[in-house]
Design a protein around this ligand. Structure first.
Ligand SMILES: Cc1cc2nc3c(=O)[nH]c(=O)nc-3n(C[C@H](O)[C@H](O)[C@H](O)COP(=O)(O)OP(=O)(O)OC[C@H]3O[C@@H](n4cnc5c(N)ncnc54)[C@H](O)[C@@H]3O)c2cc1C
Length: 172
């Protein structure tokens, strides 16, 4: 695995030896062998699939607020999830929010509150990306993702998109 080969497969620049200290809230940690910023879902998907195809270990990075990176750095490819499109569907007295993995959870909580919707207000102070919040079941003030999430679209092992209902996520 090298950064130029990965860049060819993913179709966007891949940085070699990127200092991870730039990308986590502790501001510590050595370099990632390769680092790509996924601004769109398509790039995100291609990065994961390229790493798998080349048998390169990979790590998804949200906002880096729940991550302690060793001085030795990270082997393989770090994929920074910065895809942040979202869509709010309002229907009567309910609303459904669909958000990409790199969307800012506190920003979405604020956006919903400003439009008068309750449900995500507990998240205004949680410095998380949406994808990490789903993975970690982030929560605060007695509520958590498990209480508000309906379903998530994931990439399964063969690289197919699959919808997982919250009931099947084994949240505790
Ligand atoms: C000041 C501060 C306050 C905090 N307050 C709270 C709080 O109130 N409640 C709370 O629950 N947590 C809190 N946290 C912890 C942290 O914010 C949460 O765990 C948050 O969900 C981490 O999000 P992140 O985007 O920074 O994840 P990261 O640190 O970037 O990643 C965390 C883990 O999730 C994995 N991951 C990230 N995105 C994906 C993805 N799309 N697919 C698969 N794996 C993924 C990463 O590989 C990593 O293993 C706080 C942290 C700080 C620094």
């Amino acid at each position: 695995m090298d950064a130029p080969t990965l860049a060819d497969s993913i179709g966007v620049p891949v940085r070699a030896n990127e200092p991870m200290a730039r990308h986590n809230s502790w501001r510590v940690g050595g370099p990632a062998d390769a680092f790509v910023v996924a601004k769109t879902l398509d790039v995100f998907r291609r990065a994961v699939l390229a790493a798998r195809a080349q048998r390169t270990p990979y790590l998804i990075l949200g906002r880096g607020t729940n991550m302690l990176v060793a001085d030795a750095g990270v082997r393989g490819l770090v994929i920074a999830a910065e895809c942040d499109e979202y869509m709010l569907r309002e229907h009567g007295d309910t609303a459904t929010l669909s958000a990409e993995a790199g969307s800012s959870l506190p920003l979405l909580a604020n956006t919903l509150a400003r439009r008068g919707w309750a449900g995500l207000e507990w998240a205004v102070g949680v410095p998380s990306a949406v994808g990490s919040a789903v993975v970690n079941n982030s929560g605060a003030h007695g509520s958590s993702m498990a209480d508000v999430l309906r379903r998530a679209t994931v990439l399964d092992e063969p690289g197919e998109e699959r919808v997982v209902e919250v009931a099947d996520m084994q949240y505790e």
